[in-house]
Design a protein around this ligand. Sequence first.
Ligand code: BGC
Length: 341
Amino acid sequence: MSKASDLFTLKNKNKVEVQFIAKGGQITSIKVPDAAGKMADVVIGYDSVDAALAGDGYFGALCGRYANRVVKGKFSIDGVAYQLDVNNGPNHLHGGLDGFNNRVWEVKAVKIAKFAQAYELSLVSEDGDQNYPGKLKVKVIYGLSDDNEFVIEYAAETSKPTIINLTSHAYFNLKGAGTGTIENHELLINAFRYTPIDGIIGTVTGKIDDVAETAMDFTESKKIGLACNSDDAQVKLVDGIDHNFVINNYDGTIKLAATLVDPTSGRKMEVFTDQPGVQIYTGSHFDGSEIGKLGAPIIKWAGVALETQIFPDSPNKANFPNAVLRPGETYKHTCVYKFSN
Ligand code: BGC
């Protein structure tokens, strides 16, 4: 049985290193080189496992059963209504009060040819857990390749019709955690459209809008600060970016979702996924009151999360992708974070 504080390490031939703990499968560090070979830890978080256990439970964590928001925690399947926890204003966020980020995952090392090292994390979520229907069996692979790809492969099966949307919640700062904000990072998002939010309900309206001529236009690489510091009404609602982008030409195969570059160090991260969406969240709620890596306060915009996913509130939006999983089906999701310089 894994313990919350158990710490696991993945390494490849280039000395890239990923560490995570059993609680929440929380990724606690990812160390990657710049062009001169200088390593930096590019995920924000804490300097010790004890601090990670006591700190923000979403940092680097696996989120579920339904990552992101479900409006008022309500949804129906086959005419049966369910009420989930309401833990974020009027809405349900990241699986509720005791989401998967809070669980101790069972972790074991596995050998998979395409990875230098890999672990399997598994969890059984009982029927009725956080009011979700169906007993859900989840398996997640964390794999590190010699091409500097950190890969997350999710799979899940259910005993009753249910909803599912798993994601990973690491916030990246490619200059290095604790070195300031990501305003200077350049971001490209492979999305001509996004799902705007509503200031009153705090989640998606159900519309799918073009990014063209808005702050959300990252179809060509641009500095994140240009959007975060703009007067765009959507940006103002959340003091930054906290939006789901609709990945172009979604067809269930793996496509580029986004490319993030820190021009100072030259470190680059490409995100690939087979999911229809990616939530870009610039960490607007950090207020510097917590001390993170390098002893630096965790400030607003200290990192950016790129959460591959189904769209927020899909269970209640007929025009959004399907988030229902039925017995006999397997939920599958791949997310690749590929580092270069
Ligand atoms: C959401 C944010 C939320 C954060 C919590 C993100 O995935 O988009 O709105 O504040 O998670 O850590």
